[in-house]
Design a protein. Structure first.
Ligand code: 5AD
Ligand code: SF4
Length: 494
C-alpha cells in the first residue's frame, strides 16, 4: 500500500531545495505526497534556526500534533534540518512524540531512519559532528552533500529550479547560526553541477538559481593546482540548451570579484541581479558582527557592481537592533539604504542565537520596541527607494518569465479568457499583467505602465516568445546584439 508523506518547510531556499530532494528520495521508496497532515503516515518538518521566531513556529506546530500522534502512534513525526542539528536531543525533550531528529547533513539517511522507526518503534537521531568536536575533514564528511535525483513535481514551478553549488559557511558572522548547523564550506564538483543543470534543462527547466550561503565564494580545487571559481562555473553551464536564465544567491560583499562581475556582464543568460547583504551601515556594528568589511568597502563594492554591470539590480539584507547598535549607528544603516538604490532589502530584528559568538560576547541590549521601530523605519526608507527604482521603469519594455496567476487576483476577465499573471524580469523585478494562462512558463515582453514599491504593472507587448536560439543569441534581439540585457525603451506596438 502506498504510504503518505506530509512535509512542511520553513526558512531559506536551501531548505526548499532540501525538501524537494527529501520528497524525491521518499517517492522512490513508495511514498506519495499529501497536503493533509492528518492523512499522512510520515509527517516531516524541515526547519530553520536563523531566528528564534522560526523555531517557535515549529515547536507550536509540533505541539498541535501531540494528541494526533497519541491517537495514531504508528504515524512517524520527524524534525529535519537546521533546528534538528542545533537542538539535537532538546527537540525530543520539548516534543517527546518526535520519532526522528535529522540534521541538514544527514538527510540522505531519512528512508533508512523511517524504516528503523517502523521496525523498532524507537526514536532515531542522525546528526553531523559539532565543528569543535573533530578534525575539519571528519566534520566535512559528516555534512555530506545531499543531492540525489530530483523530483520535478516538488519544484516551485516546472521551469524553475534551485541547484546547490556549495554547502556550509566559513565566515562565522557573530550573530549567525548557519556555520554550525550547515557545517564547513564545501564546493560541489563543477561536473556534477553541470550534469544536474543538463538534467533539469532536459526536464523543461528554463531558469536555474545556483545556491550557496556565500555563493560567490565558490571555489573548486581540481587537484592540478587549478581553482575553479563562480565566474568560470557560470561560463561552463551557460550554454546548456534550454536554460534561459541563470541566477545565483546569496553573495558575500568581500568575495564580489571583478571576474565574477565581468561574467555577469558578458554572459547573456546570467541575470544582472545581485543579492549582496550589507547587514549594517555602521563600521562599529559591522566589526562586532565580524563581517570583515567596512561601510566604505561595501559602497565601493556597490560602485564596482554598477560600473561593471550596467543596469544591474542589487538587493540586500539588514539586521536592526544588533548588540550595541545606537541610534547613531542605526542612522548609518538608514544612510546606506537611502544612497545605495537597492531594488529591495530584507530587514530583520536581531534575534540572539545560543551557540553564536554574539550571544556569548555581547548583551542583547536593544529593547524589542526599539528593534521594531527601527525595522519599520528602515523598511519605510527602503520602500521609498524601491518605489523610485520601480517608477523609473515606467515606459520600458521588460522581458518577463511568466510564473503563474498572481496571488491577489485570479479574477478572470469576463469572456476574454485573460487572467492576471505574475513573473519576473531579468533584474528580478516582479511584474503583474493580464494575459492568457498558456503564457505561464514563457518569456514575454511587457510594457511597464504603473509601479508600486513592490510590483510593476504592465501590458504584454507581444506574445512572441523570447528566448535563446541554439547559437546563444536572444530570439528577440531587435538590434542583433546578443548579450544586451538592459531593459529597452518602449517602441510603438502595432
Ligand atoms: N538575527 C536576525 N537576523 C539574522 N540573520 C542571520 N542571523 C540572524 C539573527 N541572529 C539574517 C541576515 C541574513 C539573513 C538570511 O538572515 O540578515 O543575511
Ligand atoms: Fe551566516 Fe555570515 Fe555565513 Fe551568511 S556569511 S551564512 S550571515 S555566517
Amino acid at each position: 500500500m502506498t504510504k503518505r508523506l506530509y512535509i512542511e518547510t520553513v526558512g531559506c531556499q536551501m531548505n526548499v531545495l532540501d525538501s524537494e530532494l527529501v520528497v524525491g528520495s521518499l517517492r522512490r521508496h513508495g511514498y506519495e505526497l499529501t497536503h493533509e497532515v492528518t492523512e499522512a503516515d510520515v509527517i516531516l518538518f524541515n526547519t530553520c534556526s536563523v531566528r528564534q521566531h522560526a523555531e517557535e513556529k515549529i515547536y507550536s506546530a509540533l505541539g498541535r500534533l501531540r494528541s494526533h500522534k497519541q491517537r495514531h502512534p504508528s504515524k512517524i513525526v520527524g524534525v529535519l534540518g537546521c533546528m534538528a542539528q542545533k537542538d539535537q536531543e532538546l527537540v525530543r525533550k520539548r516534543a517527546p512524540h518526535v520519532d526522528i531528529v535529522c540534521g541538514t547533513g544527514q538527510l540522505s539517511r531519512l528512508p533508512e531512519l523511517i524504516a528503523e522507526v517502523e521496525r523498532t518503534g524507537l526514536p532515531q537521531l542522525a546528526l553531523s559532528l559539532d565543528r569543535a568536536e573533530a578534525s575539519r575533514p571528519e566534520v566535512e564528511q559528516s555534512f555530506e552533500s545531499y543531492d540525489p535525483l530530483r523530483d520535478p513535481s516538488m519544484r516551485p514551478s516546472p521551469f524553475q529550479a534551485y541547484v546547490r553549488i556549495m554547502i556550509g559557511c566559513d565566515k562565522f558572522c557573530t550573530y549567525c547560526i548557519v556555520p554550525s548547523v550547515r557545517g564547513p564550506e564545501q564546493s560541489r564538483h563543477p561536473e556534477h553541477i553541470a550534469a544536474e543543470v543538463r538534467q533539469l534543462a532536459d526536464e523543461g527547466c528554463k531558469e536555474i538559481t545556483l545556491l550557496g550561503q556565500t555563493v560567490n565564494s565558490y571555489k573548486y580545487d581540481s587537484g592540478d593546482g587549478r581553482r575553479l571559481r563562480l565566474s568560470e562555473l557560470l561560463g561552463r553551464i551557460h550554454d546548456t540548451t534550454g536554460i534561459e536564465r541563470i541566477k545565483f544567491i546569496t553573495n558575500f560583499p568581500k568575495d564580489m570579484t571583478d571576474d565574477l562581475l565581468d561574467a555577469v556582464r558578458e554572459l547573456p543568460k546570467v541575470c544582472p541581479y545581485l543579492h549582496v547583504p550589507a547587514q549594517s551601515g555602521c563600521n562599529d556594528v559591522l566589526k562586532r558582527m565580524k563581517r570583515l568589511y567596512t561601510a566604505e568597502y561595501y559602497r565601493d563594492m556597490l560602485a564596482r557592481c554598477r560600473e561593471n554591470v550596467p543596469g544591474v539590480a542589487v538587493s540586500s539584507d539588514f539586521i536592526v537592533g544588533f548588540c550595541g547598535e545606537t541610534e547613531e549607528s542605526f542612522q548609518r544603516s538608514c544612510d546606506l539604504v537611502r544612497e545605495a538604490g537597492f531594488k529591495n532589502s530584507f530587514i530583520f530584528k536581531y534575534s540572539p542565537r545560543p551557540g553564536t559568538k554574539a550571544d556569548d560576547l555581547y548583551p542583547d541590549d536593544v529593547a524589542e520596541e526599539v528593534k521594531k521601530r527601527r525595522n519599520n523605519d528602515l523598511l519605510a526608507i527602503q520602500n521609498a527607494v524601491s518605489l523610485q527604482d520601480h517608477r523609473a521603469r515606467i515606459g520600458q519594455i521588460v522581458e518577463v518569465l511568466v510564473e503563474g496567476p498572481s496571488k491577489a487576483a485570479l479574477k478572470r476577465d469576463s469572456g476574454s479568457g485573460l487572467v492576471q499573471l505574475t513573473g519576473r524580469t531579468m533584474t528580478d523585478h516582479i511584474v503583474v499583467f493580464e494575459g492568457n494562462e498558456r503564457l505561464v512558463g514563457q518569456t514575454v515582453e511587457v510594457m511597464v505602465q504603473e509601479a508600486t514599491a513592490f510590483t510593476l504593472f504592465g501590458t504584454v507587448v507581444t506574445e512572441k516568445r523570447v528566448g535563446f536560439l541554439p547559437d546563444g543569441h536572444r530570439s528577440s534581439d531587435r538590434d542583433g546584439q546578443p548579450g544586451k540585457k538592459t531593459d529597452r525603451v518602449a517602441l510603438p506596438v502595432i
